[in-house]
Design a protein around this ligand. Structure first.
Ligand code: DOR
Ligand code: ZN
Length: 357
């Protein structure tokens, strides 16, 4: 048995408010705990999107009632909320800017709209960009012009990791994360994931080529965080005419990474650096006292969505044989998960941006 600190997943779509048939604060945080994640940062592309004080209250109210692990909530960048978002910054995980199209309504096409957010949002707080390929190049230029940190969500391409490396060598304040599906899957795997339903292979950024995947593994030192982009949609939605993009992932990230550790492709220190120390530094997150995860690093098992806690009911990693099982999770002194069972009640989770009282 090994003991790890509680992991931080800095990219989770909780789906509440508005789409609780896919997931909610209860099921997302149960799935997190079962995966060894004791703190998650929630994305703002909900229904309605989180973009002002009242929508932020909506998300945080649901979280307060239902969350079982600790959390913070991102606010989304819209066309006319730059000042409001900045004024709420210290209540949020940070600002999320959608610069390319994906699931939900939040998207900023015009670069003049980006400028207001870069100028207004507090410089010590992270701005996270959904920006793929050349859009990412533009986002890094903004970080340079405004001399402020940006964090690039879910990089997936060789050109992206190489540009981030070059930008960082020039002193530009850019950090990045990679998702398990972009590390462990390529576009060649889509037929297997799909089982004849092409929608199941849809995710943004799309699964990339084997060469791109290889470039991420070759440049692990450029990658600051592993984060899941846990994006639950039901199987009926994935198999429909107009399938929404996204994969669930918060419950499978640790076993996948530990399997890579057992194969000598990663070290346990990589996992701790990219899922604890770096997200904590980048997003200014507090330590969680008396919090740890007990893992049986030799236990082998098969990933089965039917045994997981997410409401979405499927996984792109279904049937994968993994090595490394979460046995017990202790969160702030209380056993929160043990042998497949969630043991803390809804509402035990804390908003890490709120002071104790
Ligand atoms: O595949 C994705 N799904 N990519 C995103 O950027 C959004 C996410 C979602 O919310 O479903
Ligand atoms: Zn996302």
């Amino acid at each position: 048995m090994i003991r790890l600190p509680g992991l931080i997943d800095s990219h989770v779509h909780v789906r509440e408010p508005g789409q609780t048939h896919k997931e909610d604060w209860d099921t997302a945080t149960q799935s997190a705990l079962a995966g060894g994640v004791t703190m998650l940062l929630a994305m703002p592309n909900t229904k309605p999107p989180i973009f002002d004080a009242s929508t932020l209250d909506l998300a945080l109210g649901a979280a307060k009632e239902k969350a079982r692990c600790d959390y913070a909530q991102f606010i989304g960048a819209g066309p006319d909320n730059a000042e409001v978002a900045a004024s709420l910054a210290d209540k949020t995980a940070g600002l999320k800017m959608y610069l390319d199209s994906t699931f939900g309504e939040l998207r900023l096409d015009d670069m003049s709209l980006w400028m207001q957010h870069f100028a207004n949002f507090p410089k010590d707080m992270p701005i996270v960009l959904h920006s793929e390929s050349r859009t990412m190049g533009a986002g890094i230029l903004f970080a340079s012009i405004h001399d402020r940190p940006v964090h690039i969500a879910h990089i997936s391409l060789k050109e992206e990791v190489l540009l981030i490396k070059a930008a960082r060598e020039r002193g530009i304040k850019v950090t990045c994360e990679v998702c398990p599906h972009h590390l462990f899957l390529s576009k060649d795997d889509i037929p297997v994931i799909s089982h004849g339903h092409p929608g199941r292979g849809e995710v943004r950024p799309r699964l990339a080529t084997k060469e791109d995947v290889e470039a991420l593994w070759q440049n692990l030192d450029v990658i600051d965080c592993f984060a899941t982009d846990h994006a639950p949609h039901t199987l009926a939605e994935k198999d429909s005419e107009n399938p929404p993009p996204g994969f669930p992932g918060v419950e499978t990230i640790l076993p996948l990474l530990l399997t890579a550790v057992s194969e000598g492709r990663l070290t346990i220190n990589h996992v701790l650096e990219k899922m604890v120390a770096n997200p904590r530094r980048i997003f200014h997150l507090p330590e969680q006292p008396e919090t740890w995860v007990e893992v049986d690093e030799n236990a082998e098992y098969e990933i089965k969505a039917s045994e997981m806690h997410s409401r979405c009911g499927w996984s792109p990693f279904e049937g994968w044989k993994v090595r490394g099982k979460v046995r017990r999770v202790v969160l702030r002194g209380k056993t929160a998960f043990e042998d497949g069972k969630i043991l803390v009640e809804a509402g035990y989770g804390r908003n890490v941006r709120e002071s104790e009282n």
